[in-house]
Unconditional design. Structure first.
Lengths: 365, 170
């Protein structure tokens, strides 16, 4: 059971040695000594009573859909899995069936059934098993936990290893919704800012402050621009030399002056500013992962103190959620702010509060 | 058993990507900062004057014409390689490896080719806005609708390889 994909047709072959070698090289290059892979964002799984779903809708899901989410959560907790697994299961079922026990498949899998669209290939039990929320969820989690390193894969890729979809990134956009449904059903809070989706992370270690926000400046200095298409972040005291992390996966597209620009695989571009070029640890053309160290906070260029200016340009985005964020010009900014979105709204798309009141002081100018 | 053992090396790369991501962002330099809420805010620290910041971004130059031409043919090759649902998995992934980046290939190792709706390209690809010499996206029409192929390369003289192959609007 645990070794079968939903498809049953796929038989994975040995990965070329090149990949193997590159994998170990990565371990050597980027895992700091003594750092463990223990996830910082795990929490205990809660058991939910499916007989009493919340009144009303959560993120557009209601009634039986929430009952099904409760069955999925309980299947995870019965298997002693954590809260992240619950979110992963709900995310997968949203992507497969909108949390509905479907008695039909689709064009590429006409024999798919149930919340997880499990195929009739013997791997997922009987028709009744595949149509049963608890049994199908249990079988999903059993297969998930057989995937090597599933806890630390991006959630969409972990789900994909079980589901065998044509699009490995299909589940990514359902993560935040799944997280909110699990939070609402469990009655607890998400387990930690900055590690919600795995596909987007904070640019500095948690505990930084916001020294300027996106939008018009409250008290512009004479001769200075009065509209800021960016967010300024820093720890204080001693903000200089603080490690900056890439907030998402992409390719380093420009390093010049005091800026590093990284183009995401989804097409948008994130620019980090005011660093010394000698403090930049990546090169143009480098692939970077979310959370990879890229540079140190500096005070280069027109700046009166060490801080990180981070700005996100939606131009070229193929991610509809990012494309649909309002940009600086929509918000009354000058032409130069066209395409730049509010970083706080960008992070919110991924379930991350950029400047939570519990740890981040807003000291906006 | 065999199939998950085979997944391991590529999974290890992604494992690293994932764990570095969450670890680094939340607890670098060995500090105990398990979550944002546990970070103490020192009452003795007076916020300094907010730094002034009048920087403007240097635009990333668009990919040169020759680079765009290369990218168009690379994207079409990627999609026609990807869109072979009739192939057995072994044959399909072996054909895909040479046209994908390392992390891109790792993601598609989980794909069952029989679920791929694309069978052939139906028109000429288009370079999406915001192209660069080392990363860009090509939109290609197929019999299953528009597909976005995210391409990248380590330098302006290297071969374009694919990171993602996704239906537009997905």
């Amino acid at each position: 059971m645990a070794e079968q994909k939903t498809s049953g047709a796929a038989t994975l072959i040995a990965v070329p040695l090149m990949l193997l070698a590159a994998g170990f090289l990565l371990i050597i290059l980027i895992l700091p000594p003594g750092e463990t892979a223990a996830a910082a964002c795990t929490g205990a799984a809660t058991t939910v009573d499916p007989a009493t779903p919340p009144q009303g809708a959560i993120e557009g899901y209601e009634g039986d859909q929430l009952v099904n989410a409760a069955h999925i959560m309980n299947a995870a907790s019965t298997l002693k899995l954590d809260r992240n697994a619950q979110v992963l299961g709900v995310m997968t079922a949203i992507g497969e069936s909108s949390l509905t026990v479907l008695d039909n498949g689709d064009a590429v899998g006409p024999d798919s059934r149930g919340l997880f669209q499990q195929r009739d290939n013997g791997a997922w039990g009987t028709y009744e098993d595949r149509m049963n929320p608890s049994v199908s969820a249990t079988n999903f989690f059993t297969a998930l936990t057989a995937v090597t390193g599933w806890e630390t894969l991006e959630p969409t890729l972990a789900a994909h290893m079980v589901q065998g979809n044509a699009d490995p990134f299909h589940y990514e956009r359902f993560f935040t919704t799944a997280d909110r449904i699990v939070t609402a059903l469990a009655g607890d809070g998400p387990s930690g800012a900055g590690c919600a989706s795995g596909s987007v992370v904070l640019p500095l270690s948690a505990g930084f402050n916001m020294t300027d926000g996106f939008g018009p400046r409250i008290s512009p200095v004479a001769g200075a621009s009065s509209w800021h298409p960016a967010t300024d972040l820093q720890h204080y005291p001693n903000p200089c030399g603080d490690q900056i992390y890439s907030i998402s996966a992409g390719t380093v597209a420009l390093i010049q002056g005091y800026q590093v620009s990284i183009k995401a695989a989804d097409g948008y571009t994130v620019t980090y500013m005011h660093m010394k070029l000698s403090d930049v640890s990546v090169q143009v053309g480098d692939p970077v992962t979310a959370g990879q160290p890229i540079a140190l906070v500096g005070n280069e260029g027109p700046s009166t103190g060490c801080h990180l200016d981070i700005r996100i340009d939606q131009n070229g985005s193929t991610n509809d959620a990012v494309t649909q964020l309002s940009d600086g010009e929509d918000s009354g900014g000058p032409a130069a702010s066209r395409g730049y979105v509010n970083p706080e709204e960008f992070f919110a798309l991924y379930g991350i509060e950029l400047c939570p009141t519990s740890s981040c002081q807003r000291q906006l100018s | 058993m065999k199939r998950y053992l085979a997944v391991l090396p590529a999974a290890a790369v992604l494992v690293l990507a994932g764990c570095i991501g969450t670890e680094s962002a939340s607890a670098p330099s060995g500090q105990d900062t398990n979550s944002a809420t546990t970070v103490p805010r020192s009452p003795t620290v007076t916020p300094p004057a907010a730094p002034r910041d009048e920087a403007t971004v240097l635009p990333v130059p668009e990919a040169a014409d020759a680079s765009q031409t290369d990218a168009l043919s690379a994207a079409e090759k990627v999609l026609s390689t990807f869109g072979q649902p009739e192939l057995a998995y072994d044959e399909w992934i072996a054909a895909l490896y040479p046209v994908m980046t390392q992390s891109g290939a790792a993601a598609y190792e989980g794909t069952d080719p029989t679920t791929i709706p694309v069978r052939h390209i139906t028109g000429t690809g288009e370079i999406m806005a915001g192209s660069t010499e080392v990363a860009l996206i090509v939109q290609v029409p197929t019999d299953a609708g528009l597909y976005n192929v995210s391409l990248s390369r380590p330098s302006a003289t290297a071969v374009w390889l694919a990171d993602r192959i996704r239906p537009a609007g997905a």
